[in-house]
Design a protein around this ligand. Structure first.
Ligand code: ACO
Length: 427
């Protein structure tokens, strides 16, 4: 269906702005000709209204709480699929058949040896270095060790190598970092013996992976695998739009994810719950703090730019949290604090009015903690999960011939022209 164009009246002129429509009937005002026709730019703080691209990877409807990867509901994928299958789905657009899945796993296995130089970089960090710093630095360092994928446009065959290679390398780096920070020897990948997720667990802990742990980790990684044009994915696309290589683009995604308003929230949630516990467990006091506009404190793991009803990932994680803790026989008092906090916030007018609900990070940390993953590594787990999404979005971008370098405009509010004063004459 063609939509009626919108009309913009400005300064005595009228221009027509086309309205485009996506496959789920989302409509967008196309302002590509706006500046040429009117001299105006648009101002959109935090890109609240801006669709930076068209994309076929992920659909989400924040009002209805819907999230689908390539059309498949997140609930079905979390229940029935595996992380590796979902990664293939995101990157290549379809669920793999048995032969394609084998091919993908083989590719990951084939490119899973990590160069000694990268291992040395990881070992050279101080033990207390934040794992996200190690991850971002090591991912971009891969470009220096693999110039064959770091220069110029990649062929189809090269993309089929470098994308599985990055999955293998990020997994290794995350596990190596954990071991190096604990003063332990690094354990290399063993793709002949283990599937992707089990291999990661074996590399991290140096023992046979537990079935329940692997199940839990698959669910968490699937739920984090993509989330359309969020802060980190937009960073991957923006950096990649300059034709910077895929390692640099993904490393930028890691950096953006680190922030506590984005992926770093999972670490912040546990720290907040521990703070509440240390303070005697009175979560109502912290709700008051979150509502106080003179206090910078926010309820971490609450609120989302897009979800204004509920975050479907949070629903799945909350349920999984109960099941996993029970199966692993873990009793964590933080879970009771989290549930109390959620219950209290959901009936509080401040949170109701602003449509603030628990997001994916609210309960994920409790599961990571039950899996014995150190708190400062939670965001690395998020990055491991988000990697196939970044790769899928990067691939879609480089394969779209109309992609332009990302370069927003601004409204300048600084000094008018003035002239240089030599140092000796400056006050
Ligand atoms: N606690 C208390 N108040 C909040 C919270 C919160 N967690 N989140 C939003 N608000 C309030 C704001 O103060 C604002 O109130 P106001 O209208 O009175 O000024 C209103 O709700 C709207 O908030 P914004 O910050 O404008 O919403 P935005 O869409 O820009 O931010 C964000 C979304 C960053 C997720 C925010 O809700 C937040 O900071 N949450 C806590 C951090 C977090 O959990 N991040 C993870 C998000 S999920 C992910 O990235 C994986």
């Amino acid at each position: 269906m063609t939509n009626k164009p919108a009309e913009l009246h400005y300064d005595g002129h009228t221009i027509e702005l086309p309205v485009t429509e996506g496959s789920e009937n989302e409509r967008g005002l196309d302002i590509n000709k706006l500046r040429d026709a009117t001299g105006l730019v648009t101002i959109d703080n935090g890109f609240m209204n801006t669709a930076a691209t068209s994309s076929a990877v992920t659909f989400l409807d924040g009002e209805k709480g819907i999230l689908r990867y390539r059309g498949y509901p997140i609930e079905e994928l979390a229940e029935k699929s595996t992380f590796i299958e979902v990664s293939y789905l995101l990157i290549y657009g379809e669920l793999p058949n048995a032969a394609r899945l084998k091919w993908f796993e083989n590719q990951i296995g084939k490119y899973s040896a990590t160069k000694d130089g990268i291992k040395s970089i990881i070992k050279s960090f101080p033990k207390e270095a934040h794992p996200m710093a190690v991850l971002a630095a090591s991912v971009v360092a891969l470009a220096g060790f693999h110039p064959e994928y770091a220069e110029g446009d990649l062929t189809e065959a090269q993309k089929d190598e470098v994308l599985p290679q990055l999955m293998a390398q990020v997994k290794n780096i995350a596990a190596y970092q954990y071991r190096a920070s604990h003063g332990q020897d690094l354990i290399d990948a063993n793709p002949k013996k283990y599937d992707y997720v089990s291999d990661f667990v074996a590399q991290m802990y140096g023992k046979e992976p537990d079935v329940e742990v692997i199940k839990a980790m698959n669910i968490l990684l699937i739920l984090h695998a993509d989330h359309e044009q969020n802060c980190s994915t937009s960073s991957v696309r923006l950096v990649g739009s300059s034709k910077a290589n895929v390692y640099a683009s993904v490393s930028a995604g890691v950096d953006a994810l680190w922030g506590p308003l984005h992926g770093g929230a999972n670490q912040a949630v546990i720290e907040m719950l521990q703070e509440i516990q240390a303070d005697g467990g009175d979560y109502k006091k912290f709700i008051l703090k979150a509502k106080n506009k003179d206090d910078n404190f926010r309820l971490m793991g609450f609120g989302h730019r897009v979800y204004k009803n509920f975050d479907p990932r949070a629903k799945i994680i909350k349920k999984a949290c109960d099941t996993i803790l029970e199966k692993l026989n873990v009793k964590d008092p933080l879970l009771a604090i989290a549930k109390g906090l959620e219950e209290e916030a959901l009936k509080d007018q401040y949170f109701v009015e602003r449509k603030l609900y628990p997001n994916v990070d609210f309960y994920s940390g409790i599961i990571y903690k039950a899996l014995n993953i150190p708190t400062n590594m939670f965001t690395v787990m998020f990055a491991l999960g988000r990697l196939p999404g970044w790769e899928a979005q990067w691939k879609e971008m480089v394969e779209t011939t109309s992609t332009k370098i990302g370069r927003p405009r601004q409204i300048y509010i600084g000094s008018k022209e003035r002239h240089f004063v030599p140092l000796s004459e400056r006050k």
